[in-house]
Design a protein around this ligand. Structure first.
Ligand code: NAP
Ligand code: G4F
Length: 428
């Protein structure tokens, strides 16, 4: 298989992918996975997970006028980037035929709900028919592959029961939700018609510092950082009463993988089971910066949707039982993590750690007793603990893979590391 060679002139701060041989003779065969949407939030976390498990990862990237490798820049010398588009049957079939994958994860989609009202036909082409195209590619070129479809809690829409589980009827409230219902049922249909190992993960909202800036969690947490830096004076939002079940994306990609390791194919709901309003999201994010959200947040009708989904809450008991899956990052930790590392996650280099720029802990680092989050310290003291005067030493993104950040204060200002969160804590 040939990796795509992007034009170096188009690169934006990340190394272009290198071509490399897929298989070495005499070595045991590694499992191969195709990921569509590898440049997206979930694709980047899933690629990391599969690489850690020893997979060959083939990432499908569509042609655009400039590269979008911000989220996977650190993986480009370990994955095979291949060009294909959900709109183009031939390119998808070629990728599957060449890679002969063990697993195919279809994460690519037009995933922003408001855009689905302004571009409903394109959303249907990507998010609905794109699934059929990829299933056809698998059926014709390599039907042994196991197939994962990224279904969504948006399919429950005007939810007919709360919490929602695998048997809850769908009632989508946006063209995006309608397209996802199609993608869900065509996956079930290919399983039943052709015996493909095709499963659908019905995932509730999952977020991270790699989330696109237009989604509400990222908009709010990024907005807090801009206000702290004096770049903005207010944050304009839509429906503050909407309730979502928000989890951490790094936890959710593990569930995707587990679905494809089961002896028989089945669909699963994945979520935390906790529901919070957008208003609560604002409270947690702003209070982490020691700000009162009511001073800054204004409702702007431009961000209110023609039809919103008012409440989503997962009943993931089937996944807990059969996949032995459970979320690890809490809502509050998730929001704080996203407030702490906005610049890095946006693919830009923060010249100085956010809190220092904000004036010695304006985002509450020392007071929250959490050393070093989001800062590259290279083992040096960041600053001294306010109460005790003892240095706070943390680990940063140069600490290397597997190092977790975060910590807890023993009360005397001495901080010790504890495992929490995941790669996002390393500031990517
Ligand atoms: P995301 O960050 O928006 O990523 C979407 C990916 O799809 C990007 O890599 C994008 O490539 C790619 N893509 C879009 N159109 C394409 C096309 N025509 N051909 C090839 N690739 C295309 O989304 P995400 O949050 O990672 O979500 C991953 C999947 O899970 C999506 O299907 C989403 O609908 C679904 N989902 C997400 C959530 C959630 O809360 N995150 C919940 C339930 C379901 P570019 O980089 O070129 O734009
Ligand atoms: O963050 P959101 O844009 O996510 P939404 O619409 O729930 O969709 C996300 O989750 C789905 C899973 O349920 C995925 F399938 C989908 O791909 C995507 O990842 O909005 C969340 C809530 C909505 O009720 C929205 O009305 O936040 C409300 N909201 C209030 N003000 C806002 C805003 N949303 C956005 N994006 N921007 C606002 O200013």
């Amino acid at each position: 298989m040939n990796a795509a060679k992007p034009n170096p002139a188009r690169k934006r701060g990340v190394k272009p992918p290198k071509a490399k041989p897929v298989k070495q003779q005499g070595q045991p065969r590694r499992r191969t996975a195709i990921i569509t949407g590898i440049t997206g939030q979930d694709g980047s976390y899933l690629a990391e997970l599969l690489l850690d498990k020893g997979y060959e990862v083939v990432g499908v990237v569509r042609r655009t006028s400039h590269d979008s490798y911000e989220r996977i820049g650190h993986l480009l010398d370990r994955v095979h980037i291949v060009p294909a588009d959900l709109l183009d049957q031939h390119s998808l079939t070629s990728v599957v035929r060449d890679a002969k994958p063990d697993e195919v994860y279809n994460l690519a989609a037009q995933s922003f709900v408001p855009t689905s009202w302004s571009q409903p036909v394109l959303t249907g082409e990507f998010t609905a028919l794109g699934v059929t195209r990829l299933l056809e590619a698998v059926r014709l070129a390599h039907p042994e592959a196991r197939f994962y479809q990224a279904s969504s809690s948006e399919m429950f829409g005007n939810a007919q029961e709360t919490p929602q589980r695998e048997t809850t009827p769908f009632y989508p409230r946006s063209p995006y939700g309608v397209a996802k219902v199609y993608g869900h049922w065509i996956t079930v249909n290919y399983r039943e018609s052709y015996g493909l190992f095709a499963v659908s993960g019905i995932l509730f909202n999952h977020e991270s510092p790699r989330r696109g800036l237009e989604f509400v969690t990222r908009k709010v947490t990024h907005g807090v950082a801009r206000i702290v830096r004096g770049k903005d004076r207010e944050l304009l939002l839509g429906n503050l009463d909407a309730r979502r079940d928000w989890g951490f994306a790094g936890d959710y990609v593990e569930a995707m993988w587990r679905m494809l390791q089961r002896p028989t194919p089945a669909d699963y709901v994945i979520g935390t089971g906790e529901m919070h309003t957008v208003r609560e999201l604002c409270e947690v994010a702003f209070s982490h910066a020691r700000l009162d959200w009511r001073t800054y947040v204004k409702v702007d009708p431009r961000f209110v949707r023609p039809a919103d989904v008012e409440r989503l809450q997962a009943d993931a008991s089937k996944a807990r039982l059969e996949l032995e899956w459970a979320p690890r990052v809490t809502f509050v930790d998730l929001v704080r993590m996203m407030v702490d590392v906005p610049g890095r996650a946006a693919g830009r280099r923060q010249r100085r750690p956010l809190r220092r720029r904000a004036g010695g802990g304006a985002l509450g680092l020392a007071r929250a007793h959490r050393p070093g989050v989001g800062a590259c310290l290279r083992g040096r003291p960041l600053r001294r603990h306010r109460a005790s005067g003892r240095p706070i030493v943390g680990v940063g993104r140069h600490a290397g893979p597997g190092v977790r950040m975060g910590g807890e204060c023993r009360g005397d200002g001495a901080h010790r590391a504890r495992a929490r969160g995941s790669e996002a804590d390393r500031g990517r």
